[in-house]
Write a protein that binds this ligand. Sequence first.
Ligand SMILES: [Zn+2]
Length: 343
Amino acid sequence: MSGCPVCGDLAPHALRRIVRTPRLTVRQCQRCGLHLADPVAPLVGKAGDYYAALPLAEYIAYYEPLRRRVFAENWRWIVARRPTGLALDVGASFGWFLQAAPPGWQVRGLEPAAEVAALARAAGLDVRPGGIEALATDPQQYDLITFWNVFEHLPDPQGTLAIVREHLRPGGLLALAVPNRQGVLNQLAYLAYFLSRGRIAGPLHTLFQVENPAPHRFHYTAGDLQRLLAAAGFAVLAVVGQPIVDLRRLALRAKLEPDGGGLASHPLGRALLTLAVGVSWLLRLPDEIALYAQLCTSPQLAPSEAPATPGREESAGAFGASGWMSASLLHQSATVAARCLTG
Ligand SMILES: [Zn+2]
């Protein structure tokens, strides 16, 4: 890892190691606060093997109802601003987001797991095998490009955004969902690790998906993403908290954990998880955030607007029609949006 992709600090001392286990190293940028993960264990496969490591039937039984609910919400947000268009979903998985597309939207997907892409095609969807690199040779211009629970796995966020910029029409939308480092469950995982002096690392391993062939490479906050996107010529329109845990199917979740279940395998653990989810919504610190951004029509305005230091302002977030963001971040974002979308 040569430096920080959010603030561009390339000095070696800029990244301080804060977590080290036999499976995972997490470094924190001393300038902007971004968390970067080095997968310690050699990767057992390519990104396309993501699903090979999962019990597929349980994965679908647990995630399909949850994701369909969330995707319907994502589409509502998009359609309110853009009623029609051509969309591309990167990491389309089984195609649940594409299937939820409202009339007026033409949709296609890219999925690195060839067998999963084939299943989506068998369901009548235009899902091609491949990852973000396949987009580089796609001549199409899109009105919307999405990365649902994909962006945190990508090792080169700046390079990815440059490719996205090339393939969006002017004023096109980018939408993505990532784990929120400021979420309650996320913070508890770090707390358990630090308080136990590194002995309790299981929650962090789960969080970074270290068992997976394509583990999480970055742990973002809304502020990190806002800075990253501003520097790439995007104006963030909203950040919205969304559920990561299906409380009605929590018992199923245990079968998805590589260690045989963790918290979700015991009734008491499930009660604690339920409590933590409730607390995260009460404190407005959701463990997953969806972010909606628009490609600036005059991108040169955006980078200078990116705030240089994160402070702690994002932690006092607010849900609402405009999503989850601090008042100052929202104001900053609205200013960038107003200037770069009319410029
Ligand atoms: Zn940084």
